[in-house]
Design a binder for this molecule. Structure first.
Ligand code: NI
Length: 144
């Protein structure tokens, strides 16, 4: 059994501002991340899948199929976007990296069986680095 990780990058901007809190509470809570005009990140996303090595190909997964899935579900919708304004789910949910990782995980999980219809490989986890010091990880089985 192997775990295979493929790394992707995209740039996007966001503003951390919770709808249920006052302007002042948001400023205190999020600091400069609450600045009205937002700011950008170069996100690095690691997608990990696991499975046995296929006898015929000697591989755990077809990287091209994974690339197509991630391009369709993540890079296309998020690359060079303002997450608050241009990604529907973040109209009501704060686009923190926790919520971004959860959304990426949800999208890949939902569409996984279309790209990989067999029993293996299984999507295992998503890891997203917002900066080199802020890293967020979620396992597929931790999400609905
Ligand atoms: Ni930020």
């Amino acid at each position: 059994m192997f775990r295979v990780t493929r790394q992707y990058r995209f740039a996007a901007s966001h503003r951390l501002h919770a709808a249920g809190l006052s302007e002042e509470q948001n400023r205190v809570l999020y600091g400069k991340c609450n600045n009205p005009y937002g700011h950008g990140h170069n996100y690095v996303v690691d997608v990990s899948a696991c499975g046995p090595t296929d006898e015929r190909t000697g591989r755990v997964l077809d990287i091209r199929l994974l690339d197509q899935l991630v391009a369709r579900q993540v890079l296309g919708p998020f690359e060079h976007r303002n997450l608050n304004a241009e990604v529907e789910c973040f109209e009501s949910v704060v686009p923190t990296s926790e919520n971004l990782a959860a959304e990426i995980c949800r999208r890949l999980k939902k569409n996984w069986s279309t790209a990989f219809p067999g029993e293996w490989p299984k999507l295992e986890k998503i890891r997203i680095a917002e900066t080199t010091r802020n890293i967020f990880e979620i396992r597929t089985d931790e999400i609905e």
